[in-house]
Design a protein around this ligand. Sequence first.
Ligand code: OAD
Length: 236
Amino acid sequence: MRVLVLTGAGVSAESGIPTFRGKDGYWRNLDPAKLATPEAFARDPKLVWEWYRERRQRIRSARPNAAHAAIAKLAQHADEFLLVTQNVDDLHARSGLRADKMVQIHGDIFVTRCSRCDFGFTEGMEEQQEIPKCTRCAALMRPGVVWFGEQLPWKELQRVENYLDRGACDLVIVAGTTATFGYIVDWALRASPERFRGELIEVNPEETPLSEFATQRIHESAAVALPKIVDQVITS
Ligand code: OAD
C-alpha cells in the first residue's frame, strides 16, 4: 500500500495550537497572515520574534494528539509512506513518525536561521530575549519557516516531487488544512489520479477547494476521525 498524507494546522488544533485562519489564530489582535511575512519582519522584527517565541513555547508544552498518533501508526503499516505537513511544530515527530517519512514543507519553527547567509541552528529550550544576529555575517536571524510569498525549500520540494514521480497512491488523506495553497491541491490530485481509482479522503469539519475531488468527506475533527480511518485501513 502506497500512502500520501497531507496535513495542516487543524491536525494540531486539538493539541492546543491555534490554527492560522481560525478565530483563535489572532495574536494581540494581529492577523497571523500578516505577521508571517517578510514585510512584517522587515518592519518590526521584534514583534515577529515575540509571536514566534510565544508559539514555540506553546508547542513545547503541547502534546501530540490522537490524530498524530494515528498517522504515525499508518506509516508503520504502509509499504510506502510520505507525510507532507504544512505545520512547523514538532508534534508529528514527537508522535514517533520518522524523519525520512515526513516533509515539513513550510519549515521548522525551532530552527533559527540567518536572513542573509545560510547559517542556522536548531533552538534549544532557552529562548533569547534579543533579536538574534548572525555570528557569521551580523545580519538579523529569523525563524526557519516559510513566509507568505516566499519559495518553498528546494530539498523538501524535491522529496515530495520524487515521491509523486514514483507512482500513484492507493490512499491519500488530506487532514486539517484549508488547502488554500495550489500546491496542496495539486499534490493530492497528482497522487490520486482519477484513472487509478485510489481513495482520496478529506478530514475537515469545513469545505475546502479539495472537497469536490474527495472520494470520502469526513466532517469530523482530525483526532476523532483519523484513528477510525487508520484502524479501518489496517484491518481491511
Ligand atoms: P488554516 O488555519 O488555514 O486552516 C486550518 C484548517 O483546519 C481549516 O480548514 C479548519 O476547518 C480545519 N480544522 C480546524 N480544526 C480542526 C480539527 N480539529 N480537525 C480537523 N480539521 C480542523 O491552516 P492551514 O491550512 O494549515 O503557511 O494553513 C496553511 C498555511 O497557511 C500554514 O502552513 C501557514 C498559513 O499561513 C505559511 O505560513 C506559509
